[in-house]
Design a protein around this ligand. Sequence first.
Ligand code: UDP
Length: 252
Amino acid sequence: MASKKNGIARIAKQQKPAYHRILLKLSGEAFQGPQGFGIHGETILSIARELKEVHALGVETAIMVGGGNIFRGARQKGFEIDRATGDYMGMLATVINAMALQDALEKEGVFTRVLSAIEMKEVCEPFIRRRAMRHLEKGRVVIFAAGTGNPYFSTDTAAALRAMEIKAEAILKATRVEGIYDADPEQVPDARFFTAISYREVLSQNLKVMDATAISLCMDNGMPIVVFNMNRAGNIKRVVLGERVGSKVTPA
Ligand code: UDP
């Protein structure tokens, strides 16, 4: 019995997360899977299964979802649209993704709440900081929708803002490459990989980590960012367990 107990204790020790509360930034791209747009059922379900494992470690998990798989504001290709109008459309797109992720997580038995920066009371709760924190304390996964609620911003900046507000210990920024490079590794095969880098270097070298507003906000408030490859199964959990995965942006 004692040895079994010790065994359990050992497993529990091995699985001790490095973070108590995280904010995961998932771009809309993460949901589109092989179809290249919209929401791909199997892809979103596999994300939900990974998140369930992270949640089971006892990590309080908040997620900021993007909307680029559906609509990308001013950057949307194909037609001219007023910037603010396009940005509001982009924010509405994030709500669709948030609802899809909520559904996928609840199918996995994980309790969630969607909190939108644009009020939509028939669909989800409004963002109220204290309520978000209470949900996290109660073990619910909180999904932030509609970015900051303001045009001329991105969901990266919204992720930085919310991470600070809810006192997350780090932002986990999911991408489709291993982390931060000095050039696009999909275009430049010998691009240099950084395991760690400072906010200043990211800004001065104009590295494509998050937009400059988001990086500045993290720099001013000492919010660590871990950039990692979302296409490798189990990576979210590895980051949460503090394994050497991806690149870390920190002050020094
Ligand atoms: N957006 C905005 N304000 C915000 C967050 C997002 O106006 O606070 C708009 C903007 O047009 C953006 C779109 O919503 O292009 C979708 O968000 P984003 O491009 O950040 O999504 P991702 O690239 O992460 O999928």
